[in-house]
Design a protein around this ligand. Structure first.
Ligand SMILES: C[S@@+](CC[C@H](N)C(=O)[O-])C[C@H]1O[C@@H](n2cnc3c(N)ncnc32)[C@H](O)[C@@H]1O
Length: 306
């Protein structure tokens, strides 16, 4: 990372004494000014010095401000739990919109690796007007994640009293061979997940070499980030197959993870993938033939032949 020029730092100090500590994370005055605006708008004056000093340590702004927009919701963010990303928001919004178009015989959803609970809460929010009662259960191996997901649900319910969709959270581990009977939801029809998927060698690379931002490595939990193809095999073997689910949407970061998903299923399944708006491969999407979940084909940029 190139050092900041003295000229830039002096210029920033002349604009505002709060600005120089925001430069290492932002690298330019305009982005730093935007962050300073958010800090001033969202935090009390007494917290401004501490906020810019935390940012000097490259702590993500969402942990400092305490929230991140996700769809039309605001998700509480706390150290120890992954900050929801725009890529997840994008596929979750598309999935919620698609599911809300159809009357399903049964729509009970499990979100594995739920983190802050952003996916179940946004899906529940999108499905709120459906007549059939929909249940959504999110689980995560991390206690901190489940505590935060519960807090996010409480926040959501406090401003959406009319919510008829039942969302709940619990602990659970995708490596657990007897996971399904432990879940608080039965008759699962759809599984969603954003598992840890960054291979260790990429996690250690800088962002300039297609790796990970330093602030992410320094401040976000490794448990939420480092993984490869195994989580996808575990999701299929320990959750999709034993639950009898008829569809799934899994966030991925690499094409070989789509191939792993495809290879883990028999000929009763069809697998496709969707790209994100940056045109990078983003989700493996699967559905069982002759079920309501064939509708998931509409999310796909490409359907793979088995
Ligand atoms: C990439 S984060 C996704 C969080 C959230 N769904 C989101 O999209 O913001 C992955 C999550 O998987 C959880 N996790 C890691 N290993 C797990 C396991 N074996 N079983 C269940 N959850 C796990 C982590 O705690 C983390 O919250």
């Amino acid at each position: 990372m190139p050092r900041l020029s003295g000229k830039l730092v002096r210029h920033a100090r002349r604009v505002s004494p709060f600005l120089p500590p925001l430069l290492p994370a932002n690298r330019d005055i305009n982005r730093a000014l935007l962050e300073l605006k958010w800090i001033k708008e969202e935090l009390p004056r007494r917290s401004w010095v501490s906020a810019v000093n935390r940012r000097l340590e490259l702590e993500p702004l969402q942990y400092i401000l305490g929230s991140q927009p996700f769809g039309d919701l605001s998700i509480i963010c706390r150290n120890g739990v992954l900050i929801p990303r725009w890529e997840t928001e994008e596929w979750c919004t598309k999935l919620g919109n698609l599911l809300s178009e159809k009357e399903f015989t049964s729509l009970d959803i499990v979100d594995a690796c739920t983190g802050s609970g952003c996916v179940p809460i946004l899906l529940g929010h999108k499905l709120v007007t459906k007549s059939a009662s929909t249940k959504i259960c999110g689980f995560d191996v991390s206690v901190e994640a489940i505590t935060l997901a519960q807090d996010n649900l409480t926040l959501y319910k406090s401003s959406h009293m009319d919510s008829s969709c039942e969302v709940s959270f619990q602990r659970g581990d995708i490596t657990d061979l007897s996971l399904v009977p432990k879940l608080h939801i039965q008759n699962i029809t759809l599984v969603t997940a954003n598992p840890p998927y960054i291979p260790l060698q990429d996690y250690r690379k800088s962002v300039l070499r297609n790796g990970v931002e330093r602030s992410v490595r320094l401040h976000e939990p490794e448990l939420a980030l480092i993984g490869s193809t195994e989580p996808y095999q575990q999701l299929i073997k320990n959750l999709v197959i034993p639950s009898g689910a008829e569809g799934f949407v899994f966030e991925v970061g690499y094409f070989n993870q789509i191939q792993t998903v495809c290879q883990s299923l028999d000929e009763n399944w069809v697998v496709g993938y969707m790209n994100d708006s940056a045109n990078r491969v983003r989700c493996a999407v699967g559905w069982k033939l002759n079920t309501d979940f064939e509708i998931l084909a509409r999310l796909c940029d490409k359907v793979l032949l088995k």
